[in-house]
Write a new protein. Structure first.
Length: 174
């Protein structure tokens, strides 16, 4: 069961009050800080349900990405670019997944120096179990009605697209 944090005050509201006194309007700071705080809360919840499976959310994401690929394998540099993580982090995740028997590494025939990571049958099985656990958790968003989840996605998508997350896509400024 996910434990509540139970802080005696809202740290973002408190920071916003001080921000407004020192720097001026705090709406952008409050929103951005809330995104980061929610990310930390969600990752803690995800890691709590994934830990019994020997996974972190970062490793789960790698396995899902491999599951979604046509062949079940991808170059490490593609994994890094799709998940927006440093090559060292990808290597670390792949090493741990390989040790657990969830992926196999092999040289990339299309790139003499590159490495392919391929999901194994055990990796596919743990993805199924982990996905059920995360789905049971509503990916940590059980406090939001379905319509608000859609609205949240739409707002965050505009931020992503405005930052150039997807090439050639214009942002709907609304």
């Amino acid at each position: 069961m996910v434990r509540p944090l139970g802080l005696p005050f809202d740290p973002i509201e408190r920071a916003a009050e001080t921000w407004e006194q020192r720097f001026g309007p705090a709406s952008a700071m409050r929103a951005a800080t809330s995104v980061f705080r929610v990310q930390q809360i969600l990752l803690a919840r995800f890691d709590e349900v994934l830990k019994p499976l020997g996974l972190t959310f970062a490793r789960y994401e790698v396995l899902v990405l491999l599951t979604f690929s046509r062949t079940g394998e991808l170059p490490l540099k593609v994994i890094g670019s799709r998940l927006m993580v440093h090559p060292t982090s990808v290597t670390n995740a792949i090493d741990r997944l390989a040790t657990a028997g969830y992926v196999a590494r092999r040289p990339n025939p299309a790139d003499g120096r590159g490495v392919l990571a391929a999901i194994t049958a055990d990796g596919r099985a743990v993805v199924e179990t982990a996905t059920l656990a995360l789905t049971d958790l509503d990916f940590g968003l059980g406090d939001l009605p379905e319509a608000e989840r859609g609205q949240l996605f739409d707002v965050l998508k505009r931020v992503r697209l405005g930052a150039g997350d997807v090439a050639g896509v214009e942002v709907d400024a609304r």
